[in-house]
Design a protein around this ligand. Structure first.
Ligand code: SF4
Length: 215
């Protein structure tokens, strides 16, 4: 971690707070179990599509036993529009079984236990920890990686290393909101193909923009 990155992270954090006052995940959920299922469904799928599917799903399945006890084919049909539905069904049913057997029917509240559940990686675990359990964590998805590189916050490529690098730049109590703001900034402004630099408050502080402007 260099002084420059720390100063840049503070500045990015301050500007993003202004442009994105409210942080949120865009997955709809009302409890830990629903958020966990939604994160599994969101692999290779948009949040909008997950929300379309989860509306009826969460009406039908309310407890871990509901997911674990149904025929795989039925759950597959219920989540089919989110893609990779066979693998997702396997993961959800195996995770629910572990939740019932090892965690008293509750979604666990540690990184270690969460990432042992099938279908839950660090990214999903951080979403659950930050939003349900109030445990600070930086969600690193493709948006966060891209935006962090463009803004000169880190050169790391591996998501876990990006997460660690960003974590050294800001105090823990800012991690969750900062990560969520980076996701939203990447999704709506600093887009992969055509970043909306003209609309971006970070433009004067953005090394990527400066590089592009040089031609
Ligand atoms: S100025 Fe452009 S490249 Fe830089 S953060 Fe903003 S949108 Fe992204």
């Amino acid at each position: 971690m260099g002084k420059h990155e720390v100063a840049q992270a503070k500045l990015v954090c301050r500007e993003l707070k202004k442009s994105i006052p409210e942080t949120r995940v865009e997955l709809d959920y009302e409890n830990a179990l629903e958020l966990m299922v939604a994160t599994v469904l969101s692999a290779q799928c948009t949040d909008v599509k997950v929300n379309e599917v989860s509306k009826a799903l969460f009406e039908k399945y309310r407890r871990p036993e509901d997911y674990a006890g149904v025929e795989a084919e039925e759950l597959e049909e219920d989540i089919r529009p989110t893609g990779f539905y066979r693998q997702k069904t396997k993961n959800i049913q195996a995770a629910m079984q572990m939740i019932i057997t090892d965690h008293n029917g509750q979604v666990p509240d540690s990184m270690d236990a969460l990432t042992r559940l099938p279908g839950i990686g660090r990214k999903s675990a951080n979403v659950i920890l930050g939003n349900i359990h109030g445990v600070p964590g930086i969600v690193v998805d493709t948006h966060v990686g891209r935006v962090s590189h463009r803004l000169g916050l880190t050169k790391e490529k591996d998501p876990v290393k990006i997460e660690m690098a960003l974590g050294t730049l800001l105090p823990e109590d800012q991690w969750t909101a900062f990560g969520q703001r980076l996701v939203l900034h990447g999704r709506y402004v600093c887009k992969a193909r055509k970043p909306l630099c003209d609309e971006c408050a970070l433009m004067p502080h953005c090394p990527h923009f400066a590089e592009q402007a040089k031609g």
